[in-house]
Write a protein that binds this ligand. Structure first.
Ligand code: UDP
Length: 324
């Protein structure tokens, strides 16, 4: 099978490319290297079944050729990372909405199945802590830039569902909950690579807010397996799925665990949100995925637990110092 991955030089995209090649597919990556990097995929370049095209998904001639050529499209290209989103809301909105619009329109022209990656951010600031796919999306006001990401991804979801209903374009939508693992960078705000690189350098570990907020972390290889199984099932078309690990940890406990596992002498420093991001920044206190639906459809259960994830990421940073 020929498979296109938009954003395939990114953190999740590069792991997906690896797995799809391993499964015997021909893989085409389309990435403009805005947040992705060639280092993530250079080990794949010698493989004759791997093709990498450096371009923006909004360049329609290039994207159209690739969509025409491929049988399936994993659409991962997006502006990601809370820090990037808060600093560059225009880029976030334009990339996420216009980019997805191009992919869906062209996929519909050639009748190719698309998996659209959305995010747990779309659940927004709902009072619930465990989120199911049919829950309301409760998004904050436009003056708080964080919500630009949730709103843009929610529009992507509405558009994908609209294509399915009106044009019978086969789409699957996934909401990713804090996916982590080797190759994720801290520069756009993600907590695990930031804490590990701080700990390895014996610099202060920067906990934002009280640190009592919790998150659930899914290992990237568990995520990739779920993406492939959702794409290959005919039952999943027109549906939305949470992908995550329901096991919760507070950010304080995460900082402590990373400090212990790295043997670091770092102090754990609490920083108010308005210093870390911007004034009036809103964070989610808890965000736990309900994974009953994805379990029912494809038997998904996360396999890798947090200590093993952290071990792998710590090893990655120790061996790839320059990528911190
Ligand atoms: N966080 C933190 N210190 C950092 C980066 C993030 O305390 O250096 C917190 C952040 O405020 C949030 C959690 O860690 O509560 C997860 O942040 P991340 O950006 O990784 O993902 P989010 O769940 O916010 O999308």
């Amino acid at each position: 099978m020929k498979v296109l991955i938009t954003g395939g030089a990114g953190f999740i995209g590069s792991h997906l490319a690896e797995k799809l090649l391993e499964n015997g597919n021909e893989v085409f990556v389309l990435d403009d290297l805005s947040t992705g990097t060639i280092h993530n995929i250079e080990h794949l370049e010698a493989n004759p079944h791997f093709h990498c095209i450096i371009d923006n998904i909004k360049h329609e001639e290039v994207t159209e050729e690739l969509i025409k050529e491929c049988d399936q499209i994993y659409h991962l290209a997006a502006a990601v990372g809370v820090k990037l989103i808060v600093q560059q809301p225009t880029r976030t909105i334009e990339t996420n909405i216009s980019g997805t619009e191009v992919i869906l329109r062209l996929a519909s022209r050639y009748r190719k199945k698309v998996l659209v990656t959305s995010t747990s951010e779309v659940y927004g600031k709902s009072d619930k802590s465990v989120f199911s796919e049919d829950d309301d999306l409760v998004i904050g006001p436009p003056k708080k830039h964080r919500w630009a990401y949730a709103a843009s991804k929610a529009v992507d979801e509405f558009l994908a569902i609209a294509y399915w209903h009106e044009k019978r374009l086969p789409v699957v939508i996934v909401r990713l909950f804090n996916t982590v693992g080797p190759r994720q960078r801290g520069q756009y705000g993600m907590v695990i690579p930031r804490f590990i690189s701080q700990a390895l350098d014996n610099l202060p570990i920067t906990v934002y807010g009280s640190g009592n907020q919790t998150r659930c972390f899914l290992y990237v290889k568990d995520c990739v397996e779920a993406l492939i199984n959702l794409m290959n099932s005919t039952e999943t078309v027109g549906e939305v799925f949470n992908i995550g690990n329901p096991r919760e940890i507070s950010i304080n406990d995460l900082a402590q665990l990373i400090k212990e596992m790295t043997g670091s002498s770092s102090e754990i420093q609490h920083i108010p949100y308005e210093k870390a991001y911007d004034k009036g920044f809103e964070d989610m206190q808890r965000r736990v995925p309900n994974i009953d639906k994805i379990h029912r459809y494809i038997g998904f259960t996360p396999k890798v637990d947090l200590p093993e994830i952290l071990d792998n990421v710590i090893d990655y940073f120790r061996n790839n110092n320059k990528f911190k």
